[in-house]
Design a protein around this ligand. Structure first.
Ligand SMILES: Cc1cc2nc3c(=O)[nH]c(=O)nc-3n(C[C@H](O)[C@H](O)[C@H](O)COP(=O)(O)OP(=O)(O)OC[C@H]3O[C@@H](n4cnc5c(N)ncnc54)[C@H](O)[C@@H]3O)c2cc1C
Length: 424
């Protein structure tokens, strides 16, 4: 059978594209290599799926540091509020949590996947799972057909490539689409891990001194070789057995990757400000005064609550203060040193976990070669792109699924419309 539109990949972008094309009345086939659709979507947001974010569009774009501007037109056609309304129509209510993050009220990512699958069925979209796509054939500057690994050939007027990036390959995203894009004449910008935990060879990391310690609402910064701040993110973070992770670390990760590349550095300095609401001098005055006015109590008791206990002990030791020392015995220089570290513990990171372990793939199909209003290829007639295969990456917080859903919607609608136009 000939199709108007074949969607390759059943992640959030592909599911949305197939729905978009189906709603145009196109004959649609969705191919996925896995046995289930939406596998990454089903584990997203810790199994709860952070579907989108309720911030204003300008802020959504700011939270997509990898080519967010490219999404300006797309978001004005189908934005975050449209995503919320779209899911409401499918029977999935979303609720808002901190930082504007939107989750299904069910707290189950699978309910989001199921709602999309139900809509595909209503639209009579043909679905073929366990069907890895091998290649796309192009002829005379146009789409010709799609070939599966088992040699099956599917003829079609349009193709939406929605096979994702290279992160977490067990969910199916193994980077297969880049070769098909290249074959159509597209540029693939360099791939890199982003929203990824950072590694460090600091002795206290290697010795696992702080492993498992979470710091809430800290300001974490990345410095350039001259010691100037490249980026600061104020969120939670956690020390792990290999380095640091948690939202603040994930957000800083792309700046570390880019700094290492730009300045050929093997290590990058990061700084943790664990009391970001206070300046160093008033903090020192406060700490000094409370040590003096509780002169008989121990430092660890007096300073309890400034930061988590484990972190406090770690910093006390680093500033040569015995945690059990009495307030009166502690020299002023040591207290100054302690406050300096509370405001800015400097440490070195030496890389990230590999791309496969990153939440998101940076780089991909150059957005310069894609129409921002339709997601159509500028190189090949009938070819469309959406989702993480594009050179677009956002912070964690619902921005990547937003990008996938928005680009998917546009790619599907336009692929369906243009293919139908050719038939009618
Ligand atoms: C653990 C984790 C949690 C996340 N949580 C969130 C979150 O809460 N909010 C958020 O915004 N972002 C989150 N992200 C990022 C987000 O999930 C991805 O950006 C998004 O899934 C990308 O969608 P996609 O449709 O482009 O690709 P994918 O979801 O990767 O889907 C690609 C699909 O293509 C199929 N495929 C691949 N190759 C072939 C082939 N050769 N033939 C046929 N099919 C193929 C795959 O089987 C897969 O089904 C998370 C990522 C991870 C790893």
């Amino acid at each position: 059978m000939n199709y108007d539109c074949i969607v390759l990949g059943g992640g959030p972008s592909g599911l949305m594209a197939a729905i978009g094309a189906g709603e145009q009345g196109a004959r649609v086939l969705l191919l996925d290599k896995g046995d289930k659709l939406g596998r990454k979507l089903a584990i997203s947001g810790g199994g709860r799926c952070n579907v989108t974010n309720r911030r204003p569009i300008e802020e959504i774009i700011e939270h997509i540091p990898g080519n967010g501007r490219f999404l300006y037109s797309a978001l004005s056609i189908f934005g975050n509020e449209d995503i919320i309304a779209f899911f409401q129509k499918l029977g999935i209510e979303l609720k808002e949590e901190d930082h504007g993050r939107m989750f299904p009220v069910t707290d189950k990512a699978q309910s989001v996947v199921d709602a999309l699958l139900t809509r595909l069925k209503e639209l009579h979209v043909d679905i073929k799972t366990n069907c890895p796509v091998k290649t796309i054939n192009y002829k005379d500057g146009k789409i010709d057909s799609v070939v599966s690994s088992s040699g099956e050939v599917f003829e079609t007027a349009s193709v939406v490539i929605a096979v994702g990036g290279k992160s977490v390959p067990h969910t199916g995203s193994t980077g297969d689409g880049y070769a098909w894009a290249k074959k159509a004449g597209h540029t693939i910008t360099e791939l890199f891990p982003t929203e990824v935990p950072l590694t460090s060879a600091e002795a206290y990391i290697k010795e696992k001194t702080l492993q498992g310690l979470a710091l809430r609402d800290v300001a974490l910064s990345v410095l350039n070789p001259k010691g100037k701040t490249l980026a600061t993110h104020r969120m939670d973070m956690i020390f792990t057995h290999f380095g640091i992770s948690g939202p603040a670390a994930l957000r800083c990760s792309q700046f570390v990757v880019k700094a290492m590349k730009k300045w050929h550095m093997s290590e990058v300095v990061m700084v943790i400000d664990s009391v970001p609401d206070k300046k160093e001098e008033p903090l020192f005055q406060e700490v000094w005064a409370s040590l003096k006015s509780n002169s008989k109590k121990s430092a660890k008791t007096i300073l309890k609550g400034i930061v988590p206990e484990r972190y406090l002990h770690f910093l006390l030791e680093k500033s040569d203060i015995e945690p059990s020392a009495q307030g009166a015995q502690i020299p002023q220089e040591s207290v100054r040193e302690l406050c300096k570290m509370l405001k800015g513990l400097r440490f070195k990171v030496n890389g990230t976990l590999p791309l496969e372990k990153a939440f998101v793939t940076g780089g991909g199909v150059s957005v310069k070669e894609v129409e921002p209003k339709t997601m159509a290829s500028k190189k090949m007639e009938g070819l469309y792109f959406c989702g993480e295969i594009l050179d677009i990456h956002g912070y964690t917080g619902g921005y990547n699924i937003t990008s996938a859903l928005v680009t998917g919607r546009l790619a599907g609608i336009n692929a369906g419309m243009s293919a139908r136009g050719q038939h009618d």
